[in-house]
Design a protein around this ligand. Sequence first.
Ligand code: NAD
Length: 481
Amino acid sequence: MNAPFKNLIAGEWAASQNASRNINPSNTNDVVGEYAQGSVEDLNNAVAAAKAAFPAWSRTTPQERYEVLKKASDEILARKDELGRLLSREEGKTLAEGIGEAGRAGQIFAFFAGECLRLGGESIPSVRPGVGVEVTREPVGIIGMITPWNFPIAIPAWKIAPALAYGNCVVIKPADLVPGSAWALVDIIQRAGLPKGVLNLVMGRGSVVGQALLEHKDVHAISFTGSVSTGRKVATACIAGNPMKKVQLEMGGKNPLVVLDDADLKTAVEAAVQGAFFSTGQRCTASSRLIVQAGIHDRFVEAAIERLKGVTVDDALKAGTTIGPVVDQSQLDQNLKYIQIARDEGGKLAWGGELLNRETPGFYLQPALFTETTNAMRISREEVFGPVANVVRVKDYEEALAVANDTEFGLSSGICTTSLKHATHFKRNAEAGMVMVNLATAGVDYHVPFGGRKGSSYGPREQGAYAREFYTTVKTSYTLA
Ligand code: NAD
C-alpha cells in the first residue's frame, strides 16, 4: 500500500508495503491520514543511511548544526497553530494544549540550536610533569529513538534536537497511534538543511520496527519513552546485544500531590484538577494520587468536585472544550477496568467515571475522582494513564510524606502548603526526579532536566544542558609536550 505519508530513509520519502490509518479519537469517522508501516528491511535501510551520514555530520561545525536547528525552530514556531491542530486531531488533547505542545517543540529546537555553540571541554593539569590532559565530548553515533503516543511532537523534539546538536545521526520510530506529528516534525527538520541520512523516520509497529532497532548492531544508543513493561524489554535488549548499547528510559508514574491542612484551598484544587485530569490524565507526570490531610479533606473533596463540574469534556478541536477524549478504545477499556477495580476495592466514586455521548463518535469519559481509598489499593499503586485519580486521607505531614514515597515510581511529586518548613523538607525528602510546591505535578519547563528515579526512569536525564550526558561520550586525552 502506498500511503501518502511515507518513511524518511536516506533523505528520501520511501514507499512502504503496509500502511495504517491514523484515527481522530474525537471523531472516529475522521481519518487523519494514511501512514506507512515500516518493515525490518526499511529499518535496516534507515540505519545504513545513518551510518553512511555519520562521518560527515559528526564533523560539521557547531555553526552548521546551529543553522539547521534554528531554521527548524523558526518553522515549527511559525506553524505552531497548524501543528497543534494536527496533534489535537490525532491524540485528543485540546487545541490549546496541542498548540502549547507544538510551541514547546519549537522552543526546544531554539534551545538546542544554542547548545550547539556551547559545547566546551576542559583542560586539566596532569599529575605528571610535562603532560597535559584534555577532557572533550564527542557524539555517541547512531541513536535509535522510540516514543509514546501522549506527547506526539514534544517527545520526538526533545530527543531529536539534542541528538543532532551534538553531532549524532538518528533513526526514530514514533508511536503507531500518532505518527502524524512526528512525520510533520521530521519533514520540517529535513527541509531545514539536514544532509541526507542524518535523520531517518521509520513508522510502524513496536514489535517489528522497534524490536529491530533494539537489535541492530550498528545502533549505538537507544532513547526510549513509554511504559515500564516495554522499557524493561528495551533495557534488556540493549544490554544483551553485541555491542551493548547506551540506554535511557523514561517510563510511568503514580505521582502524588500532597495537600496539607494549611494549603491555600483554591491553589490546591487547581493543582489537583489540572494535574490529574487535564490532557485527559494521559501524562506520565499526572497527579493521580491525591494525599490529603484530614483537616482539609472534606473541604478539598467538595471544592474539587465543584471544579470538576465546570470542566467540559468534548471534541478536542471544539472551542470551550477543557478535556478531550481518551486516545483510543484500548486505553478507554483500561480506564474503565481501573474504575471497576477501585470500586471493587472499596473506593467511593465521588465524581464522574461514566462514558459520555457527544455529537461525534469518540472515546469520551467523565473524569473520575475516588475517595475513601488507601495507598495499598491497586488504584494507588498502578498507573492508569487516564482521567482517574484517588484521594488518600492522612493524619499529618509525616504520614503524607511516607505515603507519597510509598510507590515503585518516582517521576514527579507535589505538595500544596503555606508552610516553608514542610515545603523545604518535602523538596529534600520526596523520592522523585521532580518536585513541585503549590503546583501541579505535571507541567514543566523545556530548558531544565526532566526525569525521575526508582521505576520511572533509568539512565541520564533528558532536556536542558543535562541532555549532553546521554547524547555525547567523554574522551580524556593525554599529551606529553
Ligand atoms: P508503550 O510502552 O506501549 O509504547 C512506547 C513505544 O514503544 C511505542 O513507540 C511502541 O510502539 C514501542 N514498543 C512497543 N513494544 C516494543 C518492543 N517490543 N520493542 C521496541 N519498541 C516497542 O507506551 P505508550 O502506551 O505509547 O505510552 C504510555 C506510557 O508512556 C505510560 O506508561 C507513560 O507514563 C509513559 N510516558 C513516560 C514519559 C516520561 O517521560 N517518563 C512521558 C510520556 C509517557
